[in-house]
Design a protein around this ligand. Structure first.
Ligand code: ZN
Ligand code: ZN
Length: 424
């Protein structure tokens, strides 16, 4: 079939737009199998089926269309909107991710000069802004694996791009997790490799600040990762216990309450060392963190995480105490006050947790006893109140028979109950 032109639709293609609006994935799938249906056909405004599905916030439909080869960067819309812009406008983070994963360009602007991030921010879809700002395509990283100018060797060895990209894309900024990701890859876990990665991270950070559509969020993330990688390198160089030693230092809690002081100070220092002092984000972070005493909330990690990934309520119970991964379910069997994503994380944490585990257990038991007492008191009060209400009802039914208005009766009965209460 010919290349799509605006509004030139076969009957089946017209039908496709209708079933997308209706959200009928099965029917859309059938239509996409038809010979006279082009997945990148254009309606009269230059919108593709994918743009429609994204705008309507239909994730399954977007997935289906992408599977059928929908072009995520089709740019025929009359006002220059892209599928990513429509995803951002829809407010659906899942769809925004999908578009980025399919290779959506983030710096394309529409006819009024706005990027997808700016469009999403304009309509208040901040979660989508965060997703786009945090996204860093593999292609952008791979740029550094190619020779530039007079270089004799690329800044980033190609074999490091994969493991480094994995770290960049993680939304878990817990330094323990970053170190674990370094540790799991022998190519990455050596001083020279880490130094190269660190330099590339700082270059990307600089680019994010200096590019026309400045991205402070990504710049901060790159800088932070660079700091953690730097710390890994220095532990590998100087310490015999290597990265395990770094993880231990990051987890070690102070004696009084188990708060990981080194980790807190390290993250604060990373933020402070951000090289672009004028950045609004840096100033915001410093303002939130500086007045907080070490050990109090919010922690530097939670402030940083919220600024970069938009995750709120980060210290909730569902995050692993050791590595910060979401969805942790294994509880310490003694104190039941900390959770882990698995045995490995629990083992790693035990050397320091064992100092406060007992204390936490006592705290929990005391709290449980108090709650039980409170509940008992409440239920006593409730039954007393229920009894009183029953009494009132009884007297009401007696006195309304003597033809008083209900409100008068209520007033009197409440008096009489209080009298009776004092009689008792
Ligand atoms: Zn964990
Ligand atoms: Zn415990």
């Amino acid at each position: 079939m010919s290349a799509p032109t605006k509004g030139d639709l076969s009957p089946s293609e017209k039908e496709l737009f209708q079933v997308i609006s209706a959200g009928n994935v099965q029917e859309a799938s059938r239509l996409l199998g038809c010979k006279d249906v082009r997945v990148n056909c254009l309606d009269e405004y230059g919108m593709t089926p994918l743009m429609h599905a994204a705008y309507k916030g239909k994730a399954d439909m977007c997935k289906l269309l992408l599977q059928h080869g929908a072009d995520v960067n089709c740019n025929q819309h009359e006002h220059g909107y892209t599928a990513l812009m429509f995803a951002g406008l829809s407010g659906k983070t899942e769809i925004t991710w999908m578009m980025l994963d399919a290779g959506a360009e983030t710096d394309v602007t529409n006819s009024v000069g706005r990027t997808a991030t700016q469009m999403a921010a304009f309509v208040g879809q901040h979660d989508c802004v965060t997703v786009i700002n945090n996204y860093f395509s593999r292609a952008r990283l791979d740029y550094y694996t190619k020779l530039q100018g007079l270089e004799k060797e690329p800044k980033l060895p190609a074999k490091l791009a994969g493991p480094l990209h994995k770290i960049i894309m993680s939304t878990n900024l817990n330094p323990v997790k970053v170190v674990m990701l370094v540790k799991e890859n022998p190519l990455l876990a050596e001083v020279e490799a880490l130094d190269k990665c660190r330099r590339v991270m700082e270059l990307i950070c600089e680019k994010c600040i200096k590019q026309q559509d400045m991205n402070e969020v990504l710049a901060m993330k790159m800088h932070y990762i660079s700091c953690v990688l730097g710390k890994c390198a220095s532990f590998l160089k100087d310490r015999e216990d290597k990265l395990d030693g770094l993880i231990k230092s990051l987890l070690k809690g102070r004696d009084s309450d188990g708060f990981p002081v080194f980790q807190e100070k390290f993250i604060r220092e990373c933020i402070r060392k951000f090289p672009y002092c004028d950045a609004t984000l840096l100033q915001q972070l410093v303002r939130s963190i500086a007045p907080v005493d070490i050990g109090n909330d919010p922690t530097a990690l939670s402030v940083l995480t919220q600024a970069i990934t938009g995750q709120v309520g980060f210290m909730d119970t569902e995050f692993c105490t050791t590595c910060g991964e979401k969805g942790a379910e294994k509880r310490c069997s003694i104190c039941k006050m900390v959770i882990y994503c698995g045995q490995e994380c629990q083992k790693m944490h035990w050397f320091t947790h064992k100092k406060v585990c007992k204390k936490l257990q006592e705290q929990r038991e005391k709290q449980e006893a108090e709650t039980a007492k409170l509940r008992m008191k409440q239920s006593k009060e409730e039954s007393k109140a229920a009894q009183e209400a029953a009494d009132i009802m009884q007297e009401l039914s007696v006195e309304t028979k003597s033809e008083e208005t209900p409100s008068d009766a209520a007033a009197e009965t409440s008096d009489s109950t209080s009298v009776r209460a004092t009689d008792n």
